[in-house]
Design a protein around this ligand. Structure first.
Ligand code: RRO
Length: 312
């Protein structure tokens, strides 16, 4: 019997698929849609201490192979998402969920983490170090000294399971450097990758950029980024302490894409752009596709092939 169950940081999930933060998870209606889907978990839109409107529109555009966004962290504020998650814990205690936070300063991150620490939240926390779209705020994940500073400050008091959402890296030396830092901390997981930051999509007909913020620059998601996502999952899996689980995100459109993420070392796989296109029913299709692929290959569970990518 094929199962899509997975384990991450000691938590069990009925399905190894879930949404990527930011996609159909900003309102309680969207979040309930995810909870009622076949996804094994959900993550809430990256929260800031106070609600934010985000960047001016148009701020997201889809194209054939993916999308560009510069949302700018629009969200209903920390309390809104924590309250939702606490309610979920009571109404659906069998499902473990994730809370994503993305302060625009270290102080904001620490203040939200202190509130999580003091709350009854029993899920996992994802610290987003890779938002590419807040003008004037570079991605923390590209500043290795800052990553070290953040994690030292966080783990001085934070005792609940915590992971980080990373930007894509493009040089093997950068994988060595970031994992040397991450391996110093009791991280439950790393999530790789966020969108490929500061791409540009244009309409040649009108000779115009597709989105308004930042002169048209924005994070790229979808099929465009799958090779980068797989490379990051694989490179992290080869370097991280075995106790740090990997969530693979980027370029998932079908069950085979999920299979490939797991082959590279992911324990859980998130769906971003394509979930935005299809809605939460996508998890039915993806579950059927992955189940069929595994059955055809004779794999009963994802542990049978996770991280077992072969080289030539
Ligand atoms: O809200 C956004 O603009 C955004 C965030 Br916080 C993120 O982490 N990744 C992204 O592509 N967009």
């Amino acid at each position: 019997m094929t199962t899509l169950k997975t384990t991450l940081a000691g938590y069990k999930f009925d399905n190894c698929m879930m949404n990527a933060a930011g996609i159909r998870c900003a309102t309680v209606t969207d979040l309930a849609g995810l909870r009622d889907s076949r996804a094994g978990s959900l993550v809430t839109k990256s929260a800031t201490p106070q609600p934010r409107d985000g960047n001016p529109e148009p701020r997201m555009r889809g194209l054939q192979y993916g999308c560009i966004n510069s949302m700018g962290l629009p969200n209903h504020g920390f309390d809104y998402y924590l309250n939702f998650l606490l309610e979920e814990q009571k109404s659906h205690p069998q499902q473990t969920n994730f809370m994503s936070i993305a302060g625009t300063t270290l102080e904001d991150d620490l203040s939200m983490l202190k509130q999580i620490q003091e709350s009854a939240f029993a899920g996992l926390t994802e610290l987003n170090l890779s938002c590419p779209n807040v003008p004037g705020k570079p991605q923390v994940g590209y500043d290795f000294d800052a990553v070290e500073r953040y994690l030292t400050a966080v783990f001085a008091f934070f005792k609940k399971p915590l992971g980080v959402k990373l930007p894509p890296y493009f040089d093997l030396m950068h994988f060595d450097q970031i994992t040397a830092i991450l391996n110093q901390y009791p991280l439950a997981f790393v999530n790789s990758i966020n969108s490929v930051g500061n791409g540009l999509m244009i309409d040649p007909e009108s000779e115009t950029v597709l989105i308004k913020p930042k002169g048209g620059f924005g994070g790229i998601g979808g099929a465009y980024i799958k090779p980068t996502a797989l490379a990051n999952v694989r490179a992290l899996a080869q370097r991280l302490n075995p106790g740090i689980a990997i969530i693979g995100t980027g370029g998932v459109q079908n069950g085979m894409d999920i299979f490939e993420h797991i082959l590279c070392g992911a324990s859980m796989v998130q769906v971003g752009t394509q979930l935005g296109f299809e809605g939460p029913k996508i998890f039915n299709r993806l579950s059927q596709e992955l189940t069929r692929i595994m059955a055809a290959k004779g794999y009963d569970s994802i542990a049978d092939f996770r991280g077992k990518l072969k080289t030539l």
